[in-house]
Design a protein around this ligand. Sequence first.
Ligand SMILES: [Zn+2]
Length: 371
Amino acid sequence: MRPISIVQHEDFRLHETPGYHPESPERLAAIDEALQKSDLANEVVQLKSRMVKEDELCLVHDPAYIEQLAKRDQQAKERNRTIGLDGDTFLSPASFDIAKMAVGGGLNAIESVKNDHFLSSFVSVRPPGHHARIRHHMGFCIFNNIAVAARYAVDHLGYKRVMILDWDVHHGNGTQEIFYSEPAVCFLSLHQFPFYPRNSGWFTEDGDGEGKGFNINIPLPEGTGDRGYLAAWDAIVTPIVHEYEPDLILLSAGYDAHIDDPLGQQRITTVGFAMLAQRLLDLSNATGAKVVCFLEGGYDLTALAESVVATMRVLSADSEERSAEVHVSYIMPNNATGKQPVTGDRFANEVDDRIEQVRKHFSNYWKCLRP
Ligand SMILES: [Zn+2]
């Protein structure tokens, strides 16, 4: 198997949210349990996390925002209870420190692929990060874990071109905001549209200044399914990654586009995620860029855990035989979800029209997308 590392620790469950909240500590327990039952259990190498330093957070966040959070942290600790930062983002007494550990875990993962023999790494932490903006918490996110890691990779580890791919069902608006004018970090998001955040993630939001054309949104209609996601990947993601030639690929790995997810309606199956992960591995092999995945959303515990493990198993396959073995294990009936997978026929025209619109728009910036 190809060496793969993981950042995970029981402490990440100490970030508490109200009982009704989908972003629960149980998510990480489910992932760990599925991993332990899988053939990766004895293969994957555990990485330690660390507390991110303030100046590292300031690579992407405003110091005044961090100061404001520190005050709220004080309040949560004094009252010894969970407080609401906004309608859906919460801070429990441990959350501020745990959020800093989550970011630090991401930095350790980046270093593990830079310095060690790991070809990929999975950062299985919470709170998630891709909605966190320069000056605002948002949508369950406190700090933007993947954005700090990307900035750190460029500023401190000598990476020249970092590709951030985001397949969470929601638009990664925080990551977009942070790198909107930055060509050294190319951001590409596939997401349900219209959806949360409202009016965010249309393809005409395509970057600014030197970053023009390096912010790529692929807004997909509700119900896109496996076929549509794979079609969008093949038509847009693969050619752009080949042309950009990244030296590092980061993935905002959300699994709320899964067919069983209670929040999203995109109907990707676990098989679909395995196939997307295979394309990610193919891009890694073709460009030589290593891959670090950052857990974002995903709220059905079984679907989340299965899909995370599927992603890791695909990424760790070291031969075509092994890849085939992994894929077959998800296609066999005893692993089926019991629901009818969507082939996309009903939506095919709408999805393909959207992909064509996006291709046409970005052909202004990317030669590979021209006919
Ligand atoms: Zn999400």
